[in-house]
Design a protein around this ligand. Structure first.
Ligand code: PEP
Ligand code: MN
Length: 264
């Protein structure tokens, strides 16, 4: 396993410093929607815009994403705001295309065990975030990560996004203990995704604060201008307005934690 403690993506530090906030819509729906969110993300001081163009949907009848058109919208959002762009790659055949538009690749929970995809991304020298499989144990998650680092791609960070349990009050169960466990077992940065973990917008703030307190290197959160009209995951998206307040609380927590760490 690698011994790094974070890395830079175009001047943005991931791991080993201030927690990073990755925010944006579940899926790129239109230029207007994505730019509205991108401007809010930029205003708040966050550095990375997320948004899916290739969407791994449970049902083949659900909206599958805008594909290349969605990637072009993300590029336009980046050109206007200067934000870094993170988006999912579902298949090795998409890597070249996605790399043309993205700064960071994302491997979704359903693909954590797609070893041919992991190997192909390990052959690139492109930053990537790997999400934990929702039925995967921590050691399986770390071994999946090693498929990428073994190929020589060291610009990798992890994302805890909840696992499936018997609990139905939330969409998945956020396994926050994975954060300090992984910190002990690995040098890889790890962020937490409270949107997919809980499926509930009202739980995003408390679970984000808890994630930072547990030592997470950042948060990934969904934001939509009109969550009720979102094509997917509206229930777990902050609005542009609530995202502003959310970031104020995140900044206060970050300042508190940095102060604590300096005291030690
Ligand atoms: C996402 O973050 O866009 C996503 C699809 O999440 P997950 O892979 O965790 O379901
Ligand atoms: Mn989503």
């Amino acid at each position: 396993m690698s011994t790094m403690t974070g890395f830079d993506v175009s001047g943005v530090r991931i791991g080993g410093g201030r927690p990073i906030i990755i925010a944006g819509p579940c899926t790129v729906e239109s230029e207007e929607q994505t730019l509205a969110v991108a401007r809010a993300v930029k205003r708040s001081g966050a550095k990375i815009l997320r948004g899916g163009a290739f969407k791994p949907r449970t049902s083949p009848y659900s909206f599958q994403g805008l594909g290349e058109e969605g990637l072009k919208i993300l590029s336009a959002a980046k050109a206007e705001t200067g934000l870094l762009v993170q988006t999912e790659v579902m298949d090795a055949s998409q890597i070249d295309l996605v790399c043309k538009h993205a700064d960071i690749l994302q491997i979704g929970t359903r693909n954590m065990m797609n070893y041919s995809l992991l190997k192909a991304i390990g052959e690139t020298r492109f930053p990537v975030m790997l999400k934990r499989g929702f039925m995967s144990k921590v050691d399986e998650f770390l071994l999946a990560a090693e498929y990428i680092t073994k190929g020589g791609n060291e610009q990798l960070f992890l994302c805890e996004r909840g696992i499936r349990t018997f609990e139905t009050g939330t969409r998945f169960t956020l396994d926050l203990s994975a954060v300090p466990i992984i910190k002990k077992m690995s040098q890889l940065p790890i962020v937490v995704d409270p949107s997919h973990a809980t499926g509930r917008a009202d739980l995003i703030l408390p679970m984000s604060l808890a994630a930072l307190a547990a030592g997470a290197d950042g948060i990934m959160v969904e934001v939509h201008p009109q969550p009720k009209k979102a094509m997917c995951d509206g229930l777990q998206s902050l609005t542009i307005e609530t995202f502003g307040d959310y970031m104020t609380r995140i900044r206060a927590m970050t300042a508190f934690l940095l102060q604590q760490n300096e005291g030690n």
